[in-house]
Design a protein around this ligand. Structure first.
Ligand SMILES: Nc1ncnc2c1ncn2[C@@H]1O[C@H](COP(=O)(O)OP(=O)(O)OP(=O)(O)O)[C@@H](O)[C@H]1O
Length: 333
């Protein structure tokens, strides 16, 4: 069963085309992440699925029903926003129960579902507090709880972790992954953070300028990017692109090498100077300016004593490099 099918979905604001012919399926139980740079249309696409925006053309099918003209509350979806969108005057318990009360669910059902969500999200100690007395991470868990109690067919997350600091972001990311395993629910998650996309997704949809660039599992996209944009977007530090001889560069194209596939080697084909060293504790990143005035990042696993200003020679295995043509499309190996 398919949780969501988008067919030829387009969206314009005035004469600005923000989504261009989007075709996509989300299978039941799948965790799909929309990723792409700021302004590429991720949130708009999510809002079209939610019914907060109308598609200009195309169909939005949720669980086998075309939903284009069905209001958000009747689409069987629940949305979690970056801003939490909690009611400040209501307690945690009442915030979570509100949607069910509005649906006129019996009290026993409300108590049971809220109780289950509170337990799942470890919010037991906070049920009588108001949002202002919670941390950002706790607030976001309440917002997630409010979505869970509605038992939606499809969860929609719009950058839910953007307001959290790095440590909390990682914890909450893991909690969302666990939640997905526990609920086996279909989820769509919007982010511009490629780490979130890589770690959470069953399937990543890379968007650019309102179009789908590539769809696949995180490792498929990492190991087999269709084009230079996808190759450069996924991976941290980002893939290096070299454009100048003496390496074998496709005509007017580029050779892509991931930082972890470059190694320091005497007589290496790439010669350069270290311009900056980032010691991350576990790993070391070297920034290198090549003899051809191109810039590279080299990722060394572990600690390394290389200093700024040192001359360096680098090499790589050809089968671990990626060739791109003049249109930035991947040239198959
Ligand atoms: N209501 C609107 N009216 C006019 N233009 C809009 C409206 N909403 C979004 N846009 C435009 O549509 C484009 C896509 O916006 P959207 O918010 O979907 O991008 P995004 O990929 O989610 O970006 P970000 O990561 O910055 O949130 C942007 O150029 C934006 O300015």
């Amino acid at each position: 069963m398919t949780a969501l099918t988008l067919t030829n979905v387009c969206k314009s604001f005035g004469n600005v085309e923000v989504l261009k012919d989007i075709n996509l399926t989300v299978e039941e139980g799948e965790f799909v992440v929309f990723v792409g740079p700021s302004g590429c249309g991720k949130s708009t696409l999510l809002r079209v699925i939610a019914g907060l925006e109308d598609a200009t053309s195309g169909t939005v099918d949720i669980g086998g029903t075309v939903m284009n003209h069905i209001p958000p509350a009747k689409r069987g979806i629940a949305m979690v926003f970056q801003s939490y969108a909690l009611y400040p005057h209501l307690t945690v318990r009442d915030n979570m129960a509100l949607g069910l009360k509005q649906e006129k669910q019996p009290k026993t059902v409300i108590d049971e579902r809220v109780g289950k969500a509170v337990e799942m999200l470890d919010l037991g100690a906070y049920v009588d507090r108001r949002p202002s007395d919670l941390s950002g991470g706790q607030r976001q868990r309440v917002a997630i709880g409010r979505a869970i109690v509605r038992e939606p067919k499809l969860f929609l997350f719009d950058e839910p972790l953007s307001n959290l600091d790095a440590a909390l972001r990682m914890n909450t990311r893991i909690e969302i992954a666990e939640l997905h395993r526990t609920l086996s629910a279909s989820m769509i998650y919007v982010t511009h953070d490629q780490t979130e996309a890589m770690t959470l997704a069953d399937k990543i949809v890379v968007l650019r300028d309102g179009q789908v660039e590539q769809v696949g599992s995180p490792m498929e996209l990492y190991n087999n990017p269709a084009n230079q944009f996808v190759a450069g977007f996924l991976g941290s530090p980002a893939m290096n692109f070299l454009h100048k001889a003496p390496l074998a560069i496709p005509k007017n194209g580029a050779l892509g090498i991931r930082p972890e596939y470059l190694r320091v080697q005497k007589d290496g084909r790439i010669k350069g100077t270290v311009t900056h060293v980032e010691r991350l504790g576990g790993d070391t990143n070297l920034l290198v300016s090549t003899a051809e005035q191109e810039h590279l990042t080299v990722r060394i696993f572990g600690q390394d004593s290389t200093q700024v200003g040192e001359s360096i020679q680098l090499d790589f295995d050809d089968q671990q490099s990626f060739a791109f043509d003049e249109h930035r499309q991947r040239i198959p190996a």
